[in-house]
Ligand binder design. Structure first.
Ligand code: ATP
Length: 925
């Protein structure tokens, strides 16, 4: 999985919201409720030997479908989160470092609303528009000159070399040891050398010779990296200490080994500090680290909640060298895995397996695992679908520890839920890997999220190690802005931002990143954009240039930064409002990782809030659609147990008007919920077009069962055989992946050529639901809870920011540079789950024009069928698979009602559709 979760702004309407009425109060937070699902035992796909024999014995099956009844959706808010106590995270001010004081010099002037002491009310910035035409012109705002001297003094201190503020009693380690070798461990060569390394087919690659080849290459590339040698031991540890005499290297390796055996004998504080010093050169542990390491070494599953940059990685790296087996680290993004692999200390050999690798790369890594050369293995959660992967582990190649990095992704109540993370259940990990100890790590989890992660991973509440989720060296500030581009330029040209060595600017939409970076370049600030729409190669190039201080500013979407450990990021600017406080904390957490002050400024504007508010509804589904989806998943068939089926992503997504990610969420729930209805298989391209070359098809079919089945089950289109892989696989009782392997063999023999298309979710049916209606009601309610939770998270971050620009000044007399403590308190309260203040609801719930506009819209599109949700999405300017923005953004009504609550628009649309088509007529396609 190489997915990034930034969104492309192209589908968002430029139409400004209209008709903002004074914001009413909203009922307390939503309500996220912990999931009730539990993981059930799995069916393992057939082994390879079984497959070979099955390919010779066809056993076709055919059954008829039966459509289930339909029902009406119901909604109910999830319950409130319950609090868990947290320990404060101490960041000490170094001696001689002055407190930031408010006035030293006045440098720049800024427009009104920017650090203003007379802040305009939010709604005043946005003029209500009653026009039916989209307004694309930028909003106007009055400019007022004000001083931003508040920041200037502290900036002076920020450029000085300071001790590590994360823990003042832990001084910065010696530079040569602390600076991680980018090319440091063996597996790095897998990343950089994959292509060349695996071209020699069939030749068994020796890890050490590969390594020397790699170093030859890297020597050419990086001149400074000379004299690189390595020492390896029988346990898979490797010492590569660059630019040091051999004797020193031996001494270091020996001292690490001695420290490891001391910890194995007794995991005392003293022995652990000795190992820390030997491996990393650090003198002491930071808050929370030693507790976590001790818990893991004692075999206790643990959840570790430390702020960004607090040093969570070390908490699995040290156990990894002490424990006998492999440490498996599950990460949500390939880019993150690569970064983490690069950051492993030279003594640890790492490896990586992800769905974005080719089969040869994966096979080579698997071989290295089996020969015991890999100590820490990074995997994507999708790996757990792969029977080949699970079969690597045995009595000799065993897993000692599973680390779930970014563990909040396990919970649907987090800001970054990944359906594939649902697979990470303690019961599954135990069943498949025979592993007892799990370490879950996150920097951004609310109490509700923590509860659901702990329940999925079966971590007792006594094993929670939690420190406050914000570092004190981040200076937080926010301002309203009517012209963010102009205000940001002014900000960057004034102290302390003008002095920051490296800056990250976060935007919401890909299109914005290019626009802003160009604007900065035009103004002599070296900047590059970064988003998930770019080629992976370009992205890593930009990250490298940024880390090497060759680019000063990276203008990025959320895709940049997770795991980024550049120590001297002096400022993080939010050009757009983040979607949640978790996202905000994660992004500002890229700043000040060297412990120095880092300045984090957020620009608040109306338009972004409304766009994001609309986007929060882009994953929503209706019960009737879920019902239709279930009918297709179970092939309308009551007698299909054991049948392998597929769902072509693109066509199904359009048919049910559901995003692919939402379909995967539903399928995963059907596998891991209270009843196991299906077993997910790896995703495949399922439509195959095939040509025979050497032997005639009928002659080949006499010898080959698979070919016989292909002839039976395929259609001939333009001289080619067109077939559905799962259909043919079912007819001969093999797994689709085994049939594909067989086709590949025939291709190698020159018998056939074929092409595959249509990426699909594949699954084996375990049990057909007896009551489709109640199951679709349950699933819809669950998805609706998730949708509500997202809306609540956005409203919460919005409320916190509005509080900082407005209320905190009035209540506490804060000026801009003093916003830090107020904002920090809001964030900490949010994570702790207590004192959550009322969340502002800025949305309007009605408009005198809404029904009339919907009526005109329906009349002018009377040839097309709509659902209330589809109409509401168009009125909110959100594209969906069945109503894409490429078509619908041309509509006069696209994004006209972003200020009216989505549900209110849906209700109005429902009422209009009822009167438009008549009560008895069907509303939906
Ligand atoms: N005890 C320590 N003393 C000094 N530096 C440390 C210590 N532990 C970790 N570090 C350093 O802190 C930096 C951040 O560590 P790491 O990347 O593990 O943070 P993290 O908690 O995983 O952050 P994020 O959640 O943002 O990825 C690294 O450069 C690491 O070497």
């Amino acid at each position: 999985m190489d997915s990034d979760s930034d969104s492309d702004g192209s589908h968002i309407s430029a139409t400004p919201p209209r008709d903002p009425f004074p914001p009413p109060r909203r009922p307390p937070p939503p309500p996220p409720k912990p999931p009730t699902s539990s993981y059930k035992s799995k069916i393992k796909p057939s082994s390879h030997s079984e497959t070979i024999s099955k390919l010779k014995k066809p056993s076709p099956k055919h059954t008829k479908p039966e459509p289930p009844p339909k029902s009406i959706p119901q909604t109910e808010p999830p319950p409130l989160p319950s609090p868990i106590g947290t320990l404060p995270f101490q960041i000490r001010r170094p001696p001689n470092q002055p407190h930031p004081v408010s006035t030293v010099r006045s440098l720049e002037t800024l427009p009104a609303g920017f650090f203003s002491t007379h802040r305009a009310s939010f709604s005043k910035i946005q003029k209500p528009s009653l026009s039916f035409e989209p307004e694309i012109t930028p909003q106007k705002t009055t400019e007022r000159k004000i001083s931003i001297s508040d920041f200037s003094d502290s900036s002076k201190t920020s450029n000085k070399k300071l001790p590590n503020l994360i823990r003042a009693d832990a001084p910065l380690p010696p530079v040569n040891l602390q600076k991680r070798s980018v090319e440091g461990n063996f597996v790095k060569l897998n990343i950089n050398g994959y292509k060349r390394k695996f071209t020699t087919k069939g030749k068994k690659t020796n890890s050490y010779s590969s390594k020397s080849k790699y170093f030859k290459r890297s020597k050419r590339r990086v001149k400074s990296e000379v004299n690189t040698e390595s020492i390896c031991d029988e346990e898979g540890l490797v010492a590569e200490i660059k630019q040091q005499p051999k004797s020193e290297k031996n001494i270091k390796f020996e001292s690490i080994k001695a420290a490891i055996s001391a910890v194995r004998k007794e995991a005392s504080d003293e022995n652990l500090v000795r190992l820390l010093k030997a491996m990393y050169g650090y003198d002491s542990f930071r808050d929370g680290q030693v507790e976590a390491i001790k818990m893991v070494l004692a075999g206790k599953s643990t959840i570790l909640v430390l702020p960004t940059g607090a040093g969570k990685s070390l908490c699995y790296q040290i156990p990894a060298v002490v424990l006998p087996g492999i440490t498996l680290v599950v990460s949500p993004l390939v880019a993150l895995m690569i970064d983490q692999l690069k950051q492993l200390p030279p003594v640890i050999r790492g490896g990586l397996l992800s769905s974005s690798q080719g089969p040869e790369e994966a096979a080579e890594t698997q071989r290295l695992i089996q020969e015991g050369s890999i100590k820490v293995l990074f995997v994507s959660p999708e790996r757990f679908l792969n029977a080949d992967f699970l079969s690597i582990f045995s009595a000799t190649t065993f897993v000692s520890l599973v680390v779930v990095d970014e563990a909040h992704c396990v919970s649907e109540w987090s800001h970054n839920f990944r359906p594939s993370y649902m697979r990470l259940r303690a019961s599954l990990l135990r069943a498949e890997l025979n592993v007892e100890c799990i370490l879950a790590m996150t920097a951004t989890a609310t109490t509700t999220t923590l509860h659901s992660v702990m329940s999925a991973l079966e971590i007792p509440s006594t094993n929670l190690i939690q420190k406050a989720q914000l570092r004190d060296n981040l200076r937080l500030s926010v301002s309203l802005s009517g012209n963010r581009m102009k205000d940001m330029l002014k900000l960057m040209k004034s102290s302390p931002f003008s002095e920051a060595q490296s800056i990250i600017v976060y935007c919401k939409f890909q299109s914005e990143t290019d626009l802003i970076s160009r604007h900065l370049c035009d103004n002599n600030i070296s900047a590059k954009s970064y988003h998930s729409g770019m080629m992976a190669r370009d992205r890593s190039r930009i990250q490298e240039l940024f880390c090497a201080n060759k680019i000063r500013v990276v203008v990025a979407t959320v895709a940049f930064g997770m795991g980024l450990d550049k120590r001297d990021v002096g400022a993080v600017i939010h050009y757009s409002l983040p979607e949640s406080l978790e996202e905000y904390v994660q992004e500002i957490g890229r700043g000040g990782r060297d412990g120095r002050l880092s300045y984090c400024h957020l620009f608040l504007d109306d338009v972004t809030y409304y766009k994001l508010r609309s986007l929060m509804h882009s994953d929503g589904v209706d019960e009737y659609a879920v019902n239709k989806f279930l009918c297709q998943v179970f092939a309308d068939d009551t007698n299909s147990h054991g049948k392998v089926c597929s769902l072509i992503k693109e066509s199904a997504s359009r048919k049910f008007d559901m995003k692919e990610e939402v379909m995967l969420t539903l399928l995963t729930h059907l596998e891991l919920g209270e009843t196991q209805y299906l077993h997910l298989l790896p995703q495949l391209n399922v439509t195959c077009t095939l040509n025979f070359h050497k032997t005639s098809p009928t002659l080949l079919a006499d010898k080959d069962t698979a070919v016989a089945a292909i002839l039976k089950k395929s259609e001939i289109k333009q001289g080619q055989y067109a077939l559905d892989i799962p259909t043919v696989a079912n007819s001969i009782g093999v797994a689709p992946s085994d049939l594909l392997n067989h086709l590949q063999n025939l291709k190698v023999k020159g018998e056939i050529t074929y092409e595959l298309k249509d990426p699909a979710y594949c699954y084996k049916i375990v049990e057909v639901p007896s009551d489709f209606c109640s199951l679709s009601a349950l699933l819809t309610r669950w998805l609706l809870d998730i949708e509500n939770c997202k809306v609540w998270k956005l409203d919460t971050v919005y409320s916190a920011v509005v509080f900082a620009v407005d209320a905190c000044e009035k209540a506490h007399g804060c000026n801009v540079s003093q916003q830090t403590s107020c904002l920090q308190q809001r964030v900490l309260d949010y994570f702790k789950g207590d004192n959550n203040p009322d969340v502002l609801d800025k949305m309007t719930h009605n408009s005198p024009f809404l029904r009339a506009d919907i009526k005109v819209f329906l009349q002018s599109n009377s040839h097309i069928k709509f659902t209330p949700r589809a109409v509401a999405r168009i009125m909110h300017g959100i594209g969906s698979p069945a109503y894409p923005s490429s078509t619908w953004s041309k509509s006069h009504f696209w994004g006209r009602y972003t200020q009216i609550d989505f549900k209110a628009v849906m209700n109005a649309a429902k009422a209009e559709l009822m009167s438009f088509v008549g009560k008895d007529a069907p509303l939906f396609a």
